[in-house]
Design a protein around this ligand. Structure first.
Ligand code: NAP
Length: 344
């Protein structure tokens, strides 16, 4: 159903994951139109992608912001598919838990309505397991499936989790009302690790950098399924190509690691650079107290003590995409950070 000459819109193309998606699309011969908030950002994205050796001839940009209607009609024009990855992903969480909702939810609405109106064949929207794991009383072990949903009214959730959940709920509702459920696929990634393209990267790889920098003397007791950014990009593209992926929520995740596992894997491989890596876990009651003073820590409070596990066999069966071992993604993240001089 896809043609190699198809144009694919990638929203938020300057992002960590989106650059990998754009890379995979260009490699496969698609034309890629990326949205950026300022056109000047496109030059760096082109340079980063060209550095990988991929042919950037089919790459172009439009300016569009999730917070405004301007630019979206031009962005979707003549596109066969949309990969919608742009979303606010702040390192520091706003105090107001609904603060990011307008940007994420109304932004997704803009992309969906412009895309469906322009007749795109399918929209792939990147949600998160944040829209699945926010379940009050979840206990020590939570297995998530395609049917798992976060309760967006749970008071412990961060603004980011609330925004991802409300944006996904409203995207499905909108698609249903419009009769376009079979033209929407949602991808719910776990914690994304692996090398970035270029020298800028998002929040998740930044966590590994912060661990090396000694910003967390000990880790919180929290465990999330990990997905490698390269496998995640393959899944975004497969979701466009595989007929049966329409109307589905695809969890993108492999093995689950505790934060302490991540620190230990990094230390073993990089003993010299890893002197400040966290050693041992903080008791959860201490994390809860610390969260009152540091809102980066408050992001983890709802998930303390739970081993979150994802059932993704159905995703591999459906799309053929499998997920590499989490340890490999941690090691490749560290190698990237060392090679680019982010950690010394
Ligand atoms: P990232 O590197 O921070 O990229 C986010 C992108 O969104 C950037 O291109 C950013 O543009 C763009 N953006 C933010 N606000 C925008 C707005 N108001 N209008 C237009 N563009 C805007 O994040 P990422 O890690 O690649 O994440 C990409 C997607 O995956 C997001 O939807 C995120 O929620 C989801 N996700 C990520 C993870 C993870 O562990 N990284 C896990 C689950 C889900 P600028 O360059 O202009 O800032």
């Amino acid at each position: 159903m896809t043609k190699k000459t198809d144009t694919v819109l990638v929203t938020g193309i300057s992002g960590y994951i989106a650059k990998h998606v754009a890379h995979g699309l260009l490699q496969r011969g698609y034309k890629v139109r990326g949205t950026v908030r300022e056109l000047a950002k496109g030059e760096q994205v082109t340079a980063d992608l060209a550095e990988t050796g991929v042919d950037v001839f089919g790459l172009s940009y439009v300016e569009a912001n999730l917070q405004s209607d301007t630019g979206w009609e031009a962005a979707v024009k003549d596109c066969a598919f949309i990969q919608h990855l742009a979303s606010p992903l702040p390192l520091r969480q706003p105090e107001d838990r609904e603060a990011l909702v307008p940007e994420a939810r109304a932004g997704a609405q803009r992309v969906l309505s412009a895309g469906f109106a322009a007749g795109v064949k399918r929209i792939i929207m990147t949600s998160s397991i944040a829209a699945m794991i926010g379940q009050p009383g979840k206990g020590a072990h939570l297995k998530i499936t395609e049917d798992s949903w976060t309760d967006p009214d749970w008071k412990k959730l961060t603004a980011y989790n609330v925004s991802k959940t409300r944006a996904e709920i409203s995207a499905w509702e909108y698609a249903k009302v419009q009769g376009f459920e079979d033209r929407l696929t949602v991808i719910n990634p776990g914690l994304v690790l692996g090398p970035a393209i270029g020298t800028s990267y998002g929040t998740s790889l930044g966590l590994v950098e912060q661990m090396f920098a000694g910003e967390f003397p000990r880790t919180p007791k929290a465990a999330f399924p990990i997905v490698d950014v390269r496998d995640l990009a393959d899944l975004h593209i497969a979701a466009m190509q595989v007929k049966g992926a329409a109307g589905r929520r695809l969890i993108a995740a492999g093995e689950t690691l505790w934060f302490s596992d991540i620190a230990n894997i990094a230390r073993e491989a990089y003993p010299e650079q890893g002197r400040k890596l966290p050693k041992g876990e903080l008791p959860s009651f201490v994390v809860r107290i610390a969260a009152k003073f540091d809102n980066r820590i408050s992001a983890i409070v709802a998930d303390l003590g739970t081993f979150h596990e994802a059932d993704t066999q159905y995703v591999t069966d459906l799309t053929g995409v499998s997920f590499r071992p989490a340890k490999q993604s941690v090691l490749d993240s560290c190698a990237y950070l060392v090679e680019t001089g982010k950690i010394e």
